[in-house]
Design a protein around this ligand. Structure first.
Ligand SMILES: *Cc1c(COP(=O)(O)O)cnc(C)c1O
Length: 259
């Protein structure tokens, strides 16, 4: 179809197989099923063509950390495909936001993403609730609360203690559906060093599940744990991750400015 040919780059084929094998091994070490871990392919700075190649390899959920970049890719995809031409891979793609969202971009985010993983304030949750109602009053927008477990000044996210304090207010919002927690672990040389961070997020999730009000259409509430990236996802899976977000491990190194 037009500019996209169907050849899948060899490095992507190899990386995808390696990531899937490591996910399965990590899950097996702790008696979990690999199907219980969603791999989100993180495509910041990755060209649309490579993203579609990953879709052809069976990856269906893609993570972007900026509204603008996701918008450009979605526009490009629409233009390239033309009206009424929707290859299966396009219909199958789910976009999720994993980076900090400014409230003034909430409407665009609601239009573009199937889930917002990076909700880091009550104000943002309220704004997403308002915008989700405008966008589609019949469907609740899935969200995760981002937690700054290690308390790093450079990172956004709720302090762990604050999550328990705000959970009532957020659960009461009628147009968003809180499904769990997300964290970005500190950068370390040995992934074992961040095991306690992942463990704390899981313990926090477990406490939430005990205490958070579970609405009748919220029965999957607070189940998800989005944690683990290229350098540490096997440890995160051992600690209970239900979602891992993998960029470099699939697509290779990014330009330095993007970490
Ligand atoms: C970039 C990014 C990732 C993926 O990072 P890799 O180390 O390339 O796997 C995951 N989560 C967030 C929030 C990111 O910004």
């Amino acid at each position: 179809m037009s500019e996209f040919d169907n050849a899948i780059p060899g490095d992507l084929v190899e990386n995808a197989a390696a990531v899937r094998a490591r996910v399965a091994e990590a899950a097996a070490r702790v008696g979990r099923h690999p199907e219980d871990v969603l791999i989100v392919a993180v495509t910041k700075t990755v060209a649309l063509e490579r993203m579609l190649a990953a879709a052809r390899l069976g990856f269906a959920t893609f993570g972007e950390n900026r509204v603008q970049e996701a918008q450009e890719k979605q526009d490009h995809l629409r233009e390239t495909l033309g009206q009424g031409q929707t290859p299966t891979e396009c219909a199958a793609i789910r976009w999720e936001l994993i980076g900090h969202l400014q409230t003034n971009k909430a409407m665009r985010a609601v239009e573009q993403f199937a889930r917002i993983q990076s909700v880091d304030s009550v104000r943002l949750a309220q704004e997403l609730d308002r915008r989700a109602e405008q966008f589609n009053p019949d469907v609740r927008l899935p969200i995760l609360l981002e937690v700054n477990v290690a308390g790093e000044a450079s990172k956004s996210g709720f302090a762990p203690d604050d999550v328990l304090a705000v959970v009532g207010a957020i659960t009461n919002l009628p147009h968003v559906l809180p499904q769990g927690l997300m964290t970005v672990a500190p950068l370390v040389s040995d992934p074992e060093e961040v095991r306690p961070v992942f463990r704390r997020l899981r313990e926090l999730r477990d406490r939430l599940r005990e205490t958070a009000p579970q609405g009748e259409d919220n029965d999957g509430g607070w189940r998800e744990l989005s944690m683990g990236m290229t350098d540490d996802y096997p440890v995160a899976i051992e600690e209970g991750a239900t979602i891992v977000r993998i960029g470099r491990g699939l697509f290779g190194a990014r330009p330095p400015a993007h970490g």
